[in-house]
Write a protein that binds this ligand. Structure first.
Ligand SMILES: Cc1ncc(COP(=O)(O)O)c(C=O)c1O
Length: 380
């Protein structure tokens, strides 16, 4: 099997599963319980929080464990909007965000909030001038992703953070689900107030994640109850999941340090091979891109058909993410980048991990070339 769909989800590392199993079986107490079992669980949870904070360069009380990216983004966006609506009801985001951001914003519009959706250029990057022009006295939140999940473009997070220093009323939320462990981001340096991370994108388990919430920022919780996670996320803590998340964070941080060059080489190899194929248009930008994603289109071919043909060769890639789009088979992200319909509706995404090998990429390219030739005859 050649697995090249790591932006959809990653294979959990054995060490991550082991840490989950150990904690789930041996430390099953409720961290709120006063007896020894509860205290053991509480100690593990505290340690996990401290380690997560250390890895992100923040304080441990700024870490809120969640169930993943979707919850984190919803808590950030609705949490700010509902808690701070007396200060203003205007939010800014971009047209290429993940549905968990876009639909949270659309939900808020139905409740009387106003949202500006920033345009992006051909490379999928927002226009800083448009951001500056869109900022208002009543803007309470700017939510911009770090790395785009479809084409891998990187947004100018440091620059946005700088601009927002002049707007103390507007919080800055970054969806770093695709960037964490692949593209370095210093939350403190970039002036990020709230940041979303998901476990299953970094070889952790599904249903794990965290939200960084800068000291002192109040959010309206999505779930009320026992007041866990700094009163922001009530419900008995997923101690085993949270411990395993931190294990995944530690492992990916080491890989980012030691294996970044190899991953960039794999990406170059893949982009170079794709650029020699006549029918292929590469959508991932040449500059300022995350190292693990290569997105391309084969105009005229249905992406699902290519995916299933590759699947018969035990190669797994994906088409556009299941996000909202005007036309059923058009990628909203590619459309926002101004790509013509034939390109926007024939997108394919290869997403690698630090374990992807040169031979795997070579094998994938060979099979893809054969499949495109064969399908082109039938479908065009
Ligand atoms: C950029 C981005 N944000 C948020 C999410 C949602 O994360 P999760 O699957 O953990 O809910 C994803 C998942 O694809 C993503 O790519």
């Amino acid at each position: 099997m050649i697995y090249l769909d790591n932006s959809a989800t990653t294979q959990p590392k054995a060490e991550v599963i082991e840490s989950f199993t150990t904690v789930a079986s041996q430390y099953f107490g409720n961290p709120s319980s006063l007896h020894a079992l509860g205290m053991d669980a509480e100690r593990l949870l505290r340690k996990a929080r401290e380690q997560a904070a250390q890895l992100l360069g923040v304080a441990s009380h700024e870490i809120i464990f969640t169930s993943g990216g979707t919850e984190g983004n919803n808590l950030a966006i609705k949490g700010v909007a509902w808690e701070h609506q007396n200060r203003g009801k205007h939010l800014i985001t971009s047209k290429v965000e993940h549905p968990s951001v876009l639909e949270a914003c659309q939900g808020l519009e139905k409740q009387g909030f106003e949202v500006t959706y920033l345009d992006v250029n051909q490379q999928g990057v927002i226009d800083i001038q448009q951001l500056k022009q869109s900022l208002r006295e009543d803007t309470i939140l700017v939510s911009i992703m770090h790395v785009n999940n479809e084409i891998g473009s990187i947004q100018p997070i440091d620059e946005i953070g700088d601009i927002l220093q002049g707007y103390p009323k507007a919080f800055f939320h970054v969806d770093n689900v695709q960037g964490y462990g692949k593209v370095t981001l210093s939350l403190k340096k970039a002036g990020v107030d709230i940041c979303t991370i998901s476990g299953h994108k970094i070889h952790g388990l599904k249903g794990t994640g965290l939200l960084y919430v800068k000291n002192g920022i109040r959010l309206f919780p999505l779930a009320h109850g026992g007041g866990q996670e700094n009163r922001l996320r009530s419900g008995t803590e997923n101690v085993a999941g949270n411990v395993s998340l931190v294990k995944a964070m530690r492992l990916i941080t080491a890989e980012e340090t030691n294996k970044s060059t190899e991953l960039k080489e794999r990406q170059q190899q893949l982009m170079a091979r794709l650029s020699t194929m006549d029918d292929v248009v590469i959508n991932t930008p040449k500059q300022l891109k995350a190292p693990h994603i290569v997105h391309f289109s084969v105009p005229g071919l249905k992406p699902e058909v290519v995916i299933h043909a590759l699947e018969e060769e035990a190669i797994y890639i994906s088409t556009k993410s299941a996000c909202s789009s005007k036309s059923a088979d058009e990628s909203a992200v590619l459309a926002a980048c101004g790509k013509e319909q034939a390109i926007a509706s024939s997108g394919l995404r290869v997403s690698m991990s630090y374990d992807t090998t040169e031979a795997e990429i070579e094998h994938f390219c060979e099979k893809l070339a054969v499949i495109i030739k064969k399908l082109a005859k039938i479908m065009r």
